[in-house]
Design a protein around this ligand. Structure first.
Ligand code: HEC
Length: 243
């Protein structure tokens, strides 16, 4: 039981010496060399509010990214996830259906995040923080949508008894890992792509809102949803202010 304290003391010693050397070598910035003008408190926090913290916050489906202290340890992973386009997750095949709430980062936003990460992930100046604190905008990414009246639950093949002006789809109970190519077969025989869920995960839960409402006449078949699963068809009429 002697070895541990000695090791510990050595480690502490190394830390202290390391910190001193670091301080000598870079007296201004401490241990991180900052090579970017992009800061968390100015650009990154705003971008995260719009694209990440609907999930990444206290009480959300993933660890919080609302402050610099929370985000800093994840900086490297953040750079990687956005570069590989794994975050923010969409959960569906792009180009199948056309959605207005796709929160994918633009190339400029992606560059901003990567610049910040590679430049030492600086905090910046607290005075640059948005005036509205983050909780108010946590709903921004996917709107303040709630399930409402007039929705049609699709489970397995379904034939619409009444016409429906479709505003979007919202997976409700879909098994983890499921992939469904959901289409509408109209009475005139034409087929409309609706949504291609890919490798579904409940943690990524969100509605898919159509860019333009789609008129589905009575008699339309909805194909592709698994028999044991549930996907809501959201009617345009009852559209709840998404933002
Ligand atoms: C729809 C919800 C959602 C959104 C929006 C979202 N994330 Fe995530 N993110 C998650 C979940 C859930 C996990 C945990 C993933 C897992 O277990 O694989 C995760 C994991 C991560 C990880 C860790 C990956 C690893 O190394 O394991 C990083 C980094 C990350 N997200 C960054 C971001 C950033 C940056 C944004 C915004 C640009 C973002 N996320 C938007 C849900 C989301």
């Amino acid at each position: 039981m002697l070895a541990a304290p000695i090791k510990l003391r050595r480690a502490v010693h190394a830390l202290v010496v390391g910190a001193l050397c670091g301080a000598l070598a870079a007296p201004v910035s401490g241990h991180d060399v900052i090579t970017t003008k992009v800061t968390f408190d100015r650009e990154i926090v705003r971008l995260f509010q719009d694209h990440c913290i609907s999930c990444h916050r206290k009480g959300g489906t993933a660890f919080a990214l609302t402050t610099w202290e929370e985000a800093r340890p994840w900086a490297k992973a953040i750079g990687e996830e956005v570069l590989r386009r794994r975050m923010p997750p969409w959960g569906a095949v792009k180009g199948f259906g056309d959605f207005r709430n796709d929160v994918a980062l633009t190339p400029e936003q992606l560059e901003l995040v990567v610049d910040w990460e590679e430049g030492g992930a600086p905090e910046g100046d607290e005075k640059d923080l948005p005036k509205v604190p983050s909780p108010a905008s946590t709903k921004a990414a996917f709107g303040s949508l709630r399930h409402g009246a007039g929705e049609v639950l699709v489970s397995g093949e379904l034939r619409l008894a009444k016409p429906l002006l479709l505003d979007g789809l919202w997976p409700k109970s879909v098994p983890a890992g499921a992939s469904y190519q959901i289409t509408a077969e109209l009475p005139d025989g034409s087929v409309e792509p609706l949504l291609w869920l890919e490798n579904y995960r409940r943690e990524f839960d969100h509605p898919f809102l159509l860019r333009k409402p789609l008129a589905l006449p009575a008699g339309t078949w909805i194909h592709g949803v698994g028999a044991g699963a549930g996907v809501q068809l959201l009617p345009a009429k009852a559209r709840r202010a998404a933002k």
